[in-house]
Every structure is written in structure tokens, then in C-alpha cells.
Design a protein around this ligand. Sequence first.
Ligand code: HEC
Length: 116
Amino acid sequence: MKAFPLMALLLAVGAHAAEPQDRAVRNYNVYCVQCHGVNRDGNGINSRDMAVKPRDHTDTKAMGDTPDELLFKAIKGGGLAVGKSVLMPRWDGVMSDEEIGELVGYLRIVSKTATK
Ligand code: HEC
């Protein structure tokens, strides 16, 4: 029965992903890396051909100057919702408000701008 170890592994990964932090990392890896990059620095594989460069989420200064509400709004409504580029897609309907909130918290960790 070869499938069993794989099943066990998938179950273990699934259980682990139940933590909110893990869900944010997983969502980021699925929805954001192609533009914002595996290193979260704005250098995703798509970014090379983009007229507006994706935000560098490791930029402590720029991220620190952007309040949570704005990050939330930008993720939920896309770049246009915050007067930025349409190249930043809207994620409303793809992710719940709860998931978007978790991403904001995760971005605070990535950018080292967490206040608590
Ligand atoms: C198709 C490419 C693309 C994808 C996918 C993408 N982004 Fe972006 N994102 C951008 C671009 C381009 C900008 C810069 C917009 C600007 O400066 O005008 C940006 C900007 C941002 C900003 C900064 C907004 C601000 O007010 O400065 C945040 C936060 C952000 N993205 C989060 C995310 C998150 C989280 C995801 C995944 C759920 C994601 N992005 C997926 C392209 C993308």
C-alpha cells in the first residue's frame, strides 16, 4: 500500500495549515508570489514585464508608512481602490475578509513592522 505514507503526510500538512499564520503564508504563496516574489521583495516572475513594479513587502520604511487599513483595502479592492496601479489585482471574492486580515498581519512580519 504505497499511498498510505503520502496520505499521512498530506494529513499532517493539512493539520499544520490550520494555524492562521500558516494560512496567510499559504495564500501568499498561491496568490502573491508570481508578482511580489518568493522573497517577498517585489521580484516575482511576472514583475520583469510589468510597467509598475509590485511593492517590495520587505521594505520596512515604505511598509511602515502604510497603515493596516490601506494594506487591507489594497488587497481586497486591488490597486485601483487605493489610487494605485490596476496591475495589483483585487482579491475580494477570492479570499474572505478574515484571510485578507491575516495577510495584513503576515505582511507586518515580513516587513518587520509589527507593532505587537
Ligand atoms: C499580477 C501581479 C500582482 C499580484 C498577483 C499581486 N500583486 Fe500586490 N501589487 C502589484 C503591483 C504592481 C503593486 C504596486 C502598485 C502601485 O504601486 O501602483 C502591488 C502593490 C501591493 C501592495 C501595496 C499597496 C499600497 O497601498 O501601497 C500590497 C499590500 C500588495 N500589493 C499585496 C498583495 C498581496 C497580499 C497579494 C496576494 C494576495 C498581491 N499583492 C498580489 C502586483 C500584484
